[in-house]
Design a protein around this ligand. Structure first.
Ligand code: HEC
Ligand code: HEC
Length: 237
């Protein structure tokens, strides 16, 4: 298994984050320099349980999630229904956010609160957090492109999406993804802007007068998203 080393390293970090509890999650576990010490001290102690949990997570994902969600270079396996995002295209920075989605589902996703045991839910959450985001890039964005992207976002996307700690203006009718909790790739933003997203989000093909607008928008969203602690839009704990 050639990918084993990388997989194990990632999973150990996720486990250490979970062991460190809420403080680490709030600090943006896995993506923040603040959590490094915790990761190092816990690594040895949690290893056997982590490896068991990793294979459980992979199995639960294959059985319950892979029909709608791609990850690790694989496309969704299902033949019908509405697909969720490919997790290679979203960096998930918050364990609480992933737990919440598994617990409550979403527009096109059912709740897994009763279908999975607590152990299975925890294992699959770790598996997803660890594997997601491989196509999200850290790219230097010129200042004026960033400013242009921000303007396009303010005009067309802010009604439904939170970003940079600012709430969406159109809640609660349409709750779009909070880009504080999810960091999408350039390609995902580009694609959704042009094509829309099923009945949840309209296409903006006609509003984007130049390709530069779409590029700036996609660079901006990829650049500034992620890293914020989870806040439940429905007020659930
Ligand atoms: C029937 C298809 C379907 C299945 C099965 C499914 N999901 Fe989803 N999932 C979706 C869709 C569609 C979305 C995005 C829109 C929505 O529902 O809000 C989504 C969104 C998500 C998100 C939020 C991602 C983001 O970018 O904000 C997470 C996390 C998630 N799913 C995890 C899971 C896990 C873990 C499983 C398996 C236990 C699973 N999903 C099974 C369809 C599915
Ligand atoms: C009418 C409301 C609405 C508007 C306006 C809107 N969106 Fe969305 N968007 C949504 C909803 C709803 C979802 C699915 C939420 C979910 O996954 O649970 C979504 C999902 C997305 C996703 C996928 C995120 C993920 O992690 O799966 C991207 C990327 C996105 N929107 C980008 C944009 C951009 C860029 C704009 C502006 C050009 C925009 N949206 C405007 C409602 C909207």
């Amino acid at each position: 298994m050639p990918a084993r080393g990388a997989l194990r390293r990632g999973l150990l970090t996720a486990a250490a984050c979970a062991a460190a509890g809420l403080a680490a999650v709030a600090a943006g576990c896995g993506s923040s320099g603040d959590t490094t010490t915790v990761t190092v001290t816990r690594t040895v102690a949690v290893e056997p349980a982590t490896l068991r949990s990793a294979s459980l997570g992979a199995r639960v994902f294959a059985e319950h999630c892979a029909s709608c969600h791609g990850m690790n270079g694989r496309t969704p396996t299902g033949t019908t229904g509405e697909y969720g995002p490919n997790f290679d295209d979203v960096e998930l920075t918050s364990r609480a956010y992933v737990d919440h989605r598994i617990e409550y589902g979403g527009y096109g996703m059912q709740s897994f609160a009763t279908e999975l045991t607590p152990d299975e839910r925890e294992a699959v959450a770790r598996y997803v957090l660890t594997g997601a985001g491989s196509r999200v890039r850290e790219v230097a964005v010129p200042r004026d492109q960033l400013a242009q992207g921000r303007r396009v976002f303010e005009q067309h996307c802010r009604t439904c999406h939170s970003i940079e700690g600012r709430a969406a203006t159109g809640r609660p009718t349409w709750i779009g993804t909070d880009f504080g909790e999810v960091r999408p790739s350039y390609d995902l933003v580009y694609e959704k802007t042009i094509n829309g997203y099923y009945w949840w989000m309209p296409s903006f093909r006609d509003q984007m007068r130049t390709e530069e607008m779409v590029k700036a928008l996609a660079r901006y969203v990829e650049k500034v998203s992620g890293g914020r602690p989870f806040r439940d839009p429905f007020g659930n704990p």
